[in-house]
Design a protein around this ligand. Structure first.
Ligand SMILES: [Zn+2]
Ligand SMILES: [Zn+2]
Length: 259
């Protein structure tokens, strides 16, 4: 499975990265399959440097905060108004209950009601798996102020786990256990951000990965531009026994199963 970080800036687009968006690609049955996890502010522009958005097989939205879905408005415009007519099939859009209404509010103009003609909305629920081509996806309810999910994505023998936005929760264990790569929210800094039930810190992300067991690679993401990445890295490194990786905008990672 190939992961490209389209955007990894937490909470809002930063000077060097859009907000949350990750492209997953895999070749199967003679064709390439492509899904994106979240499509936050600024992501649609950078995404076009890595794939043609009309080739996406699905969009998976973790929750309804704008830093995870704002650019769905631009994607709707691309599909509805592109010269030559819209793509022949609606794009599957997975997300929490009410994603259709949330995107209509975000778009705001009278033709927002047309979004359902271009997006095939599918509601995700805790621990109810679904499939997009070769990607086997299991959503797990996370711990955030709005209904939010992490996605465990298996493809062949490879597993990538993406937390979306969350603080510590027992559901991190089934999400992360045995993952070849755990892509984890680390927006908060220990001591600086005391509010519970919003985001992980580097240390809490690492502890959750340790507790889940069998996680092969830990990658921190969703750092807002006001964070010092070295601080987040150090907090995680004090807990995690291996290398702590930091998601880098527009970096591509080939993720393979554990030996
Ligand atoms: Zn966020
Ligand atoms: Zn959020």
């Amino acid at each position: 499975m190939r992961l490209t970080v389209i955007g990894c800036s937490g909470s809002y687009a930063g000077p060097t990265s859009p907000a949350s968006c990750y492209l997953l690609e895999h070749e199967d049955a003679g064709r390439a399959w492509r899904i994106v996890l979240d499509l936050g502010n600024g992501a649609l522009g950078v995404l076009q440097r890595h794939t043609r958005p009309e080739l996406l097989d699905a969009v998976l939205l973790t929750h309804h905060h704008p830093d995870h879905l704002a650019d769905m408005c631009g994607l709707f415009v691309m599909r509805k108004y592109r010269p030559g007519g819209p793509p022949p099939v609606r794009l599957p859009v997975y997300g929490p209950e009410g994603t259709d209404d949330r995107l209509a509010v975000a778009y705001g103009s009278p033709d927002a009601k047309d979004m359902a003609r271009y997006f095939d909305y599918r509601v995700v629920r805790d621990a109810e798996p679904f499939r997009v081509g070769p990607f086997r996806v299991t959503p797990f309810r996370m711990n955030h102020p709005v209904e939010s999910y992490g996605f465990r994505i298996a493809c062949g023998e490879t597993v990538i786990a993406y937390t979306g936005d969350t603080d510590t929760t027992p559901n991190l264990s089934p999400l992360l256990t045995g993952a070849d790569l755990a892509l984890m929210d680390s927006a908060f800094v220990d001591g600086r951000d005391p509010l519970p039930d919003i985001h992980l810190s580097g240390s809490r992300a690492a502890q959750a990965a340790v507790d889940a067991g069998g996680v092969r690679r830990l990658m921190l993401t969703h750092l807002p531009a006001w964070n010092d990445p070295a601080v987040c890295h150090a907090e995680a490194a004090a807990v995690w026994p291996g290398d702590v990786e930091m998601a880098q905008p527009e970096a591509t990672y080939d993720v393979a199963p554990s030996a």
